[in-house]
Design a protein around this ligand. Structure first.
Ligand code: CA
Ligand code: CA
Length: 625
């Protein structure tokens, strides 16, 4: 009675406020039955028109479900966990609009909106990266800290601590945006950033390969909107954004690992068993089934539960998540982590589903092997995989055998039958094993390997030899951040040493290598050379798509040509420590009627009728005239 009296004394405005709050409270208590809905929205006019929406909430499976606007529900799947409900709708001919799901359990019912959004024009036909690009690989936590306010997040366990080599250092999306002009000036046209979705591991989370929410950018890098802004800023500069996608595993902090939709969402032995990392078991005709299973289903490490892509719910979740990011952030490509550790058939379906939706979308898979036939196996339409009736549908693979050569060859001053430049020659001899050698990623190093400048003790001449090959060889060059300013790092000391902070990325850094005036003389030497050859490469169609013809190395000198109907480029690499002289008769097949060559490194013109002389540990990139 007293309450009523108080209420009566209140004015009209206050009454309205109270009623509004009560309604809000009531609505909240109903919608609280859904904690997550994934994907959070979808797009109109997709090639595969069905979308499976995951609803997560306490006993959500006890409800029946319907949808508004005459849209058809084609499937409702419940699992052994009542907190999940998978509802498939067909969006064929469904225009962009707000739909509404209704959940009913007896007399109780509640609603949840689901938006179908418009796609950007020609979304399905988006172009992707190819051999006309140069990819710049960076780790966002280690590149540049553009926003010191997001270094730690109250929601996430690991806090920033730049004093820990393996800790979080605070680099973020804004830091990348701030330095896009630097990357563009260098001559790179695409960025592959290591993963950026939320990774809530207690420690060592900066590499972000153990993700805990794959629909959300880690707040320590920024927001989903900022990630989209990064893509927009890159597109304004005619650059491409490549997302590092992890299909093989999530982190142990993933919300779905903590309350599994099905017991077999992850590979169970039960629980953890380590992968034997022996990828050869996937096609070894003499191998045991057990070894093959332990490679594919074993976990990478205990903190990374291995996803079961042979479960159709898992596979579909991963396909939709990948497509959602392409549409949402307007992506230009994927790099797929640990590709050859996935369920073999499942990952082929995942890759095919994405390239069916986007026929020109390029995806490069990490297949870290040391034999060309074995790497070739994983590339789309591989002549090797065909023997076993397998097709991964993966357009691009990584040239790890070339990386193996880069790792020691420039210390081999003296050539013999198997040492020196013959190693490069042998690598490219095996190109006949690949379905598409020009769609191979070529690299001196990446975030998991020793740094090139460490291996060669910052010998600038050797860096020039490596960069010359990177800029002129078939395939897609990939640089690793900092290499272009001479950054070194010892893998033997642990991963943190090869993933150091880029100088100038943090306020107060004494050395700022992002600007010409901030670079040391030594850094400028590296940067200026890299910039010169990469910018030259930018518009050289003959390097992007021209044929490669190489000659058997003699005296540790490797000569190859890139040529098409319009142009011929001759590359000479002298890996011997002393000057080499030779006449060019042997290369007549490619020199043809050309008389001169302009070296784009030294800007000197060479008379092709004379004997060619090249100093020790030097290279030439000759445009033939
Ligand atoms: Ca930050
Ligand atoms: Ca696996």
């Amino acid at each position: 009675m007293a309450t009523l009296l108080v209420l009566l004394r209140l004015n009209k405005k206050a009454m309205k406020k109270i009623i509004f709050s009560l309604i809000t409270l009531f609505t909240l208590s109903l919608s609280a039955q859904i904690d997550r809905m994934e994907p959070p929205f979808w797009y109109e006019g997709m090639n595969k028109s069905e979308v499976q929406v995951l609803f997560y909430g306490k006993n959500i499976a006890q409800n029946s479900v319907s949808i508004s606007n005459n849209v058809v529900i084609t499937n409702v799947t419940k699992t052994e966990n009542p907190n999940y409900l998978f509802v498939t709708i067909d969006t064929k001919n469904v225009k962009a609009q707000e739909l509404q799901f209704t959940f009913t359990n007896g007399k109780k019912s509640f609603k949840r909106n689901f938006e179908i959004k418009k796609r950007r024009p020609n979304s399905a036909l988006r172009k992707s990266f190819d051999a006309s690009d140069v990819m710049y690989l960076l780790m966002p936590d280690r590149f540049a800290n553009g926003n010191p306010n997001n270094d730690s997040s109250p929601e996430l366990q690991e806090k920033a601590d730049r004093s820990l080599p393996g800790g979080r250092h605070g680099g973020d999306i804004q830091g990348i945006i701030n330095n896009l002009d630097y990357i563009k000036e260098l001559g790179a046209t695409a960025i592959w950033s290591t993963p950026m979705c939320e990774d809530n591991d207690k420690g060592y989370s900066y590499h972000t390969y153990g993700q805990s929410d794959v629909y959300r950018i880690d707040p320590r890098y920024g927001t989903n909107e900022e990630y989209k802004k990064l893509a927009d800023e890159m597109h304004k500069r005619d650059m491409k954004l490549i997302k590092d996608y992890v299909t093989n595993h999530w982190g142990a902090e993933h919300w779905m690992f903590k309350d599994m939709p099905t017991y077999d969402w992850f590979h169970q032995f039960p629980g953890y068993k380590q992968s034997n990392y022996r990828m050869t078991t996937q096609y070894d005709i003499n191998g045991s089934k057990r070894d093959a299973k332990y490679c594919m289903d074993g976990w990478f490490v205990p903190s990374m539960p291995d996803l079961n892509q042979s479960n159709p719910l898992v596979l579909n979740y991963l396909i939709q998540n990948a497509i959602w990011w392409i549409e949402y952030a307007d992506l230009d490509g994927f790099r797929v982590d640990t590709y050859s550790y996935n369920d073999k058939e499942g990952i082929a379906k995942w890759t095919k589903a994405i390239t069916d939706e986007y026929p020109y979308f390029n995806i490069v898979g990490e297949v870290w092997m040391h034999d060309q036939a074995q790497i070739s196996y994983w590339q789309k339409d591989s002549p090797i995989a065909k023997i076993q009736s397998y097709n991964s549908y993966l357009p691009s693979v990584m040239d790890f055998t070339l990386h193996d050569v880069f790792g020691n060859v420039f210390n081999e001053d003296r050539a013999d039958w198997s040492n020196g430049m013959i190693k490069f020659y042998e690598n490219f001899v095996n190109d006949f094993l690949y379905a598409d050698p020009n769609n191979l990623l070529i690299f001196l190093e990446n975030h998991d390997t020793g740094r090139f400048n460490q291996i060669y003790q910052n010998d600038f001449k050797k860096y020039q030899l490596g960069m010359t090959i990177m800029a002129t060889m078939r395939g897609i060059p990939q640089l690793y951040y900092g290499s272009e300013i001479g950054m070194a790092g010892d893998k033997g000391k642990g991963d943190a040493d090869i993933r150091q902070d880029f100088p100038g990325g943090w306020k107060g850094d004494s050395n700022n290598a992002f600007s010409a005036s901030g670079r040391t003389a030594e850094q400028s030497k590296y940067f200026d050379f890299s910039k010169k050859v990469l910018n030259w490469r930018k518009n050289k169609e003959v390097i992007h798509t021209g044929k490669l013809t190489h000659y058997i190395p003699e005296n540790n000198v490797y000569v190859y040509f890139r040529h098409n109907e319009k142009e011929t480029v001759m590359v000479v690499i002298n890996n011997a420590s002393d000057t080499q002289k030779f006449n060019l008769e042997r290369f007549q097949e490619n020199i043809k009627v050309f008389n001169f060559g302009t070296d784009i490194i030294s800007d000197k013109t060479i008379d092709l009728k004379n004997e060619l002389s090249i100093e020790g540990k030097k290279s030439m990139i000759l445009e033939l005239k």
